[in-house]
Write a protein that binds this ligand. Structure first.
Ligand code: SD4
Length: 349
């Protein structure tokens, strides 16, 4: 082969240089694998199935998690997310939501009102603005400008229960007013993380937050690093429960950093919960924290402060039943996959 001309040589080295300087995430994305995995807090099977449909069609994990959390956002019977969610103590439904992709791009809205799909507003913040987070009236205004319709999210049932609550509680916010009955009422904040067939990790988290909270209270769910975090090279984590603890401990970020340090998703979740248990200034018997994680290989895990936290994971149908810490209590075939319902392990005692 003749020696390359100087110009050819320069062209080739420039191309090699460009490849070497590609962001790590896009290098990972170019390694194809065919094993999507998705995981979500609580018994959010319908949400996970919607996400799975995207993943099994070789879709983007970001689209999958957005589509997935749309399901509880639009479900009036899910009393902790979107339409029909518990209002604040003034009777106004205020929503918190965020979304994050495999390249540290993220968007978030907090205390937004009248918008059915806050996660999609969060995605618009990520894609259409130079910002990460919009709150309150500004978030609502942005949503309307982006073409989202204003919708009344306070259902008759939510309003009735709120009125009863104001009579019984004299307008005092009480801890976990929405969930004295963790094991029974297991629909709640929907945190969802997924990896697609091109190795891209993404996550979303959406909630109406702490029932009858003070007006203006923002929980962990829209806080990048607390309720959700994604590092496309390492893994992703999401949280549910008493958001104040997740914010204090930067729970989702802590989990991802522990995975970076070599822990499995299961170990990282357990350590993050133990950290909350040891250090929280709140009585840990009064609160719940449920943490989930997935890594770049699609391994997953979950752990909780107390009994009663369950989660769902969707895996390809070709895979054997996963061996998990905790207990598989149900499983269901979906297109090309199986959704398992898992009772998470928790701090004993
Ligand atoms: C919040 N983490 O607003 C949410 C609510 C939740 O179980 O997950 N409750 O604090």
């Amino acid at each position: 082969m003749p020696n390359p001309t100087r110009r050819e040589f320069l062209k080739r080295t420039a191309a090699a240089g460009a490849l070497a300087s590609l962001p790590l995430a896009s290098k990972a994305a170019s390694r194809r694998r065919v094993r999507p995995v998705a995981i979500a807090t609580w018994n959010n099977q319908a949400a996970l199935e919607a996400a799975w449909d995207v993943l099994i069609g070789n879709g983007y994990a970001l689209d999958a998690v957005e589509r997935g959390v749309h399901v509880p956002e639009a479900d009036p019977n899910d009393r902790s997310v979107g339409l029909g969610g518990h209002p604040d103590r003034d009777g106004r439904v205020t929503l918190d939501s965020c979304i994050m992709d495999e390249r540290f791009r993220c968007g978030s809205v907090a205390a937004i009102e009248d918008i059915l799909h806050p996660v999609s507003v969060a995605r618009k913040v990520m894609e259409e603005t130079p910002h990460v987070m919009l709150v309150g009236d500004g978030a609502r205004q942005f949503a309307i400008e982006q073409g989202f319709a204003a919708t009344n999210l306070l259902t008759e049932q939510s309003e009735r229960e709120w009125r009863e609550w104001t009579e019984a509680n004299g307008y005092r916010p009480t801890i976990n007013s929405e969930r004295r009955d963790w094991p029974e009422d297991n629909h709640d904040t929907c945190g969802m993380i997924a990896i697609d067939t091109e190795n891209r990790l993404s996550g979303a988290c959406t909630t109406s937050g702490w029932a009858y909270k003070l007006r203006g209270r923002v929980g962990d769910s829209p806080i990048i690093g607390a309720g959700l975090y994604v590092d496309g090279q390492i893994g992703a984590a999401t949280a549910t429960g008493h958001g104040e603890e997740m914010i204090r401990m930067a729970a989702a970020h802590t989990i991802v950093e522990r995975m970076r340090g070599g822990l499995s998703p299961q170990e990282a979740c357990q350590q993050a919960v133990e950290h909350i248990h040891r250090n929280t200034p709140t009585d840990p018997t009064e609160i719940q924290a449920g943490l989930l994680a997935i890594d770049q290989k699609g391994d997953f895990g979950g752990y909780a402060l107390q009994r009663g936290f369950n989660y769902v994971v969707a895996l390809p149908e070709s895979e054997p039943e996963p061996s998990v810490k905790g207990e598989i209590t149900d499983s269901r075939a979906v297109q090309g996959g199986i959704i398992y319902l898992i009772e998470a392990p928790y701090i004993p005692g």
